[in-house]
Write a protein that binds this ligand. Structure first.
Ligand SMILES: Nc1ncnc2c1ncn2[C@@H]1O[C@H](COP(=O)(O)OP(=O)(O)O)[C@@H](O)[C@H]1O
Ligand SMILES: [Mg+2]
Length: 362
């Protein structure tokens, strides 16, 4: 792993990591590889989703980026500064929630922020501004202990905004929130991203970032599986499943299979993949005198793509299991299971820029 961005500006990227690795060692000497060669590109401005199942290395990666733990290998660059060497020069511009921040329960939200602002030398007027930013202006006078979980989390975000950072890093900010709270946090992240800040938000639940993030990195077992604009990832996996209803599903299934299509039975219906144009299905069936009563093309959602990419990447599978380079993405889908196929090969060039990490292991 020789790529370094030392000194050089990473251009329009807020965060760049190359070949980032971290192995935890327990007191008994057991090794657990938490992050194994992570390549992360977070564009400047907007919301970037950092997605992966539990135990895939999100928190570990974030802690390395914030200089809270040391990386074993690889390079990190945050806002043009090499981490950890230049961390002191850049940390003022970064706000983060990695653990639940502590607020005093029996004083008001506003007072809590005033105390924090004083502690970090932020101007007092920043308090009103950040309450406004997270939509808590009207509730600033209320005691912290009367806040809902969503409001508490918004207050935590407000606290990170006191020093007016350019980059915000939120590790699973919607964990434990009810749907209303999740909605509040989403709206807050969206408006922060729209205001020109860069927001990196991790989650193990795709739907929590899918509609907020402009770009996304999907990781599994501590390595990058896919990265890019949410829209491009959706387009790239435009594996269409077509639901087909016919009077004779057995006969129709045979005909379609003979035509090289993949068919999964769902009762009397056929779920067909492996066709560029649904009209091919109609044409082929009609040619063999099967007439279609129902035909619905369904594009696989990013959710299906995410589940497919991260299949078998769950907790308990990460520790000490050596994966062959670029193994992820090749293992899960069988040709007949009707699941969307993930893109093959390494996730290079997420935003059209060259990366120099192909070939893998550091
Ligand atoms: N302090 C630690 N000591 C040992 N192993 C750890 C420690 N923190 C995390 N791990 C392990 O590292 C892997 C990645 O964990 P983590 O970064 O917390 O993942 P995520 O945030 O994606 O859920 C997991 O296998 C986890 O058990
Ligand atoms: Mg975590």
């Amino acid at each position: 792993m020789t790529t370094t961005l030392d000194g050089a500006s990473p251009g329009d990227l807020a965060i760049v990591t190359r070949g980032l690795r971290k192995t935890y060692r327990s007191v008994t000497g057991r090794r657990s590889v938490a992050v194994q060669g992570l390549d992360l590109d977070v564009p400047l401005g907007g919301v970037h989703g950092f997605l992966g199942p539990n135990g895939s290395g999100k928190t570990t990666s974030i802690r390395m980026l914030l200089g809270l733990i040391h990386a074993d290998a690889g390079t990190m660059n945050v806002l043009g500064h090499e981490i950890p060497r230049q961390l002191p020069a850049v940390i003022k511009r970064v706000g983060a929630i990695v653990e639940q921040p502590k607020f005093f329960p029996t004083i008001s939200a506003r007072r809590n922020l005033e105390i924090l602002a004083k502690g970090i030398g932020a101007p007092e007027r920043a308090v009103a501004q950040v309450l406004e930013d997270v939509g808590l202006t009207d509730r600033g006078k209320d005691l912290f202990k009367t806040y809902s979980l969503g409001m508490k989390q918004r207050l935590a975000i407000a606290a990170t905004l006191l020093k007016d950072p350019d980059l915000l890093i939120f590790d699973e900010p919607t964990n434990g929130l009810d749907p209303a709270g999740i909605h509040e946090i989403r709206e807050t992240m969206r408006s922060l991203g729209a205001s020109g800040k860069t927001v990196l938000v991790s989650s193990h639940i795709l739907s929590e970032v899918e509609h907020v993030a402009d770009t996304v990195t999907i990781i599994g077992r501590g390595r990058t599986l896919a990265q890019g604009r949410v829209k491009d990832l959706l387009d790239a996996q435009a594996t269409t499943t077509v639901r087909v209803g016919v009077a004779d599903p057995d006969g129709a299934e045979r005909v379609l299979r003979e035509g090289g299509m993949t068919v999964v039975r769902d009762g009397a219906l056929l779920n067909v993949t492996g066709v560029d144009d649904p009209a091919e299905i109609t044409r082929r069936l009609a040619h063999h005198e099967h007439y279609v009563s129902e035909l619905v093309a369904q594009r696989a959602g990013l959710e299906a793509f995410f589940l497919e990419l991260t299949a078998g990447e769950g907790p308990g599978t990460a520790a000490g299991v050596p994966l062959p380079s670029h193994a992820a993405g090749h293992h899960a889908a069988s040709p007949t299971d009707g699941a969307p196929q993930p893109p093959q090969g390494p996730p290079a060039n997420p935003y059209g820029r060259p990366t120099s990490t192909e070939g893998g292991e550091a």
